[in-house]
Write a protein that binds this ligand. Structure first.
Ligand code: IPE
Ligand code: IPE
Ligand code: MG
Length: 239
């Protein structure tokens, strides 16, 4: 069995292209992407991943056509109404990560409700990054520290960031063939192993996730050390 990453982060990209190839409106791709996400959450819980963080809407996605933005907002509202029972059944605790001030009051209530309802679950922590950007996160963390008059150190910044409740991601997957971060987890991805899949997000199935985890298992994570040092400390752990 492959080593299972503790924390997987995913840039769920390619919904629009998936829809366009089928002569469907882009929002149909986002709907199909929600089905993929549901299956991915289940699979992560089953195989022992402890934290899953997904990029659902970026700070820059406000630049999209109004129709697509409202379609995405409706999809989130619908998901909030429907998905909580499955999260409860699977022991999933949901957190929304991002700037909520731009969201409607009704939406904010819905997010808080889903978080409160699942707060007692601990099998899998599921972070949904919505209206999130790595730069927004660093700026809000710095502003928070300045307000509190705290010193600026790696530790204080870490604690002020929006993902302070989880360790950094071990594996960062991006679907859809693009090889960029698009302002996702700029701070936290410092030592994540990167896996790029050409599959469009609606097509990213359990086999594709397993492949990403297998790829991860073959990496040597050195964290600045030499390969010989890593081998030595791995040997010591076993002994
Ligand atoms: C990712 O899929 C989902 C969001 C950004 C909300 P895209 O909508 O970016 O799909 P492509 O990249 O256009 O195919
Ligand atoms: C990143 O995808 C954001 C999400 C998946 C939510 P984009 O499709 O918005 O990224 P770019 O614009 O191609 O870099
Ligand atoms: Mg895209």
């Amino acid at each position: 069995m492959n080593e299972i990453p503790h924390h997987i982060a995913i840039v769920m990209d390619g919904n629009g292209r998936w829809a366009t190839r089928r002569f469907l409106p882009r929002v149909a791709g986002h709907k199909s992407g929600l089905d993929t996400l549901r299956a991915c959450v289940r699979r992560c819980g089953e195989i022992g991943v402890r934290v899953l963080t997904v990029f659902a809407f970026s700070s820059e996605n406000w630049n999209r056509p109004a129709e697509e933005i409202s379609g995405l907002m409706e999809l989130l509202a619908m998901a909030l109404g429907r998905e909580v029972p499955q999260l409860m059944a699977e022991g999933v605790r949901i957190h929304f990560v991002g700037d909520r001030s731009a969201l409607s009051g009704k939406m904010r209530v819905g997010l808080a409700h889903a978080e409160a309802a699942t707060a007692g679950n601990s099998r899998l922590i599921f972070n949904v990054c919505f209206n999130y950007g790595g730069r927004w996160d660093m700026a809000q963390a710095a502003a928070r520290l300045a307000r509190a008059g705290e010193p600026i150190t790696e530790q204080t910044i870490d604690r002020a960031l929006a993902l302070a409740h989880v360790p950094d991601p071990d594996l960062l997957i991006r679907t859809g063939g693009e090889k960029r971060l698009s302002n996702f987890l700029l701070w936290q991805a410092a030592y994540a192993e990167l896996h790029f899949s050409d599959k469009l997000w609606p097509e990213f199935d359990a086999a594709a996730l397993d492949e990403a985890i297998k790829d991860y298992g073959q990496r040597e994570r050195r964290f600045g050390k030499t390969s010989a040092q890593v081998a030595l400390s791995a040997g010591k752990k076993v002994a």
